[in-house]
Design a protein around this ligand. Structure first.
Ligand SMILES: *[C@@H]1O[C@H](CO)[C@@H](O)[C@H](O)[C@H]1NC(C)=O
Length: 318
């Protein structure tokens, strides 16, 4: 394949230690045609690598972890990342295929493209991640007419995702006591979005887009179908409920049982071991048994390694 001048010039400037990871969450985990369309869109830029993906039928939700480089000009300003094109194309595919009014699942959601978060990896900076988050947010707001709320490093005052979600009623199930179905958002938003219109399309909903340092996702299964007990335990583990610092949680149904899904915002400070022992202690008080938790994602080191492996495999193939 012939490379044009710009691409050749850019190629010379690519520093493979300047990497961003995008976690892209859509409110669909069952329809194979939709998942395929979103995945094809991710590959619309050949320099974006899908490092791993996660589909959940019960949650009716999917996550894609994408990695690519970020490019700076000679004065150090961030100018380009292949992720930009891929992520906007994925959003377009998701908006075309998902109708939030017809969607239901055991995981809360506000939009067909529910959440997009960028994390700096290796030597890339938080400013790089925030720049890309804002660029993608502007495109999603303008091109698809979807209200976008920015969070963490992409937000002017660092507003956190769970605050935005709480304001928009994200955590309130509206179906069968512990599920989400169809429309859950006010037509006129209670808060002005950072990008896009004030009026929400019922099929697309809203999107949250942020930039933050690596978040570890760790889920602890409870051997019980009692979702109110799971919610009580989740709350007591979370920072908001007076539990561990920099930990956000969700008590959630998972098949025939329940689990405490945890986001560890500073995993080097408060790790999975602390979460596990607190869940065990609280579950014992409720008379419940707990399984050893599991990470729902690779570590950032593994993600970088996987990206390097996949890009070098691509280069050496004919
Ligand atoms: C990357 O490739 C090396 C060598 O083939 C292998 O040992 C390693 O497990 C791979 N890493 C990942 C994350 O797949």
């Amino acid at each position: 394949m012939a490379l044009n001048y710009t691409t050749k010039e850019q190629k010379k400037m690519v520093d493979q230690s300047m990497l961003l990871c995008c976690k892209f969450f859509i409110s669909e985990g069952r329809n194979t045609a939709t998942l395929d369309a979103v995945e094809r869109a991710a590959r619309s830029n050949s320099e974006t690598v899908i490092v791993n993906k996660f589909h959940d039928r019960t949650y009716n939700r999917a996550r894609y972890n994408l990695v690519s480089y970020v490019l700076h000009d000679s004065t150090g300003n961030v100018i380009y990342s292949p992720l930009h094109q891929s992520v906007v194309a994925m959003a377009e595919a998701a908006f075309n295929a998902i109708d939030l009014e017809l969607q239901d699942g055991a995981h809360p959601r506000l939009g067909a493209v529910d959440d997009i978060v960028f994390h700096p990896l290796a030597r890339a900076s938080m400013d790089d991640a925030a720049w890309l988050a804002k660029a993608v947010a502007a495109d999603i707001g303008n091109q698809f007419n979807v209200p976008v709320f920015l969070y963490a490093a992409a937000h002017p005052t660092g507003k956190q995702l769970d605050t935005i979600r709480r304001e928009l009623g994200y955590y309130r199930p509206n179906f069968m006591g512990n599920q989400w179905a169809g429309w859950t958002i006010p037509d006129i938003l209670p808060q002005t979005p950072d990008k896009g219109p004030m009026v929400v399309s019922k099929s697309k909903g809203i999107s949250t887009i942020g930039a933050q340092s690596w978040v570890t996702l760790y889920n602890v299964p409870l051997l019980s179908s009692d979702v109110s007990a799971a919610k009580r335990i989740a709350r007591k583990v979370s920072t908001r409920g007076g539990g561990l610092p920099m930990v956000q949680t969700l008590g959630i149904v998972c098949g025939d049982s329940t689990e405490v899904a945890c986001m560890l915002l500073e995993p080097n400070r408060i790790g999975a071991d602390r979460v596990q022992s607190l869940v065990e202690m609280l579950a014992e008080q409720e008379g419940l048994d707990v399984e050893t938790g599991y990470y729902t994602d690779l570590s950032p080191e593994m993600i970088v390694e996987q990206y390097m492996n996949l890009t070098s495999a691509k280069k050496s193939s004919p």
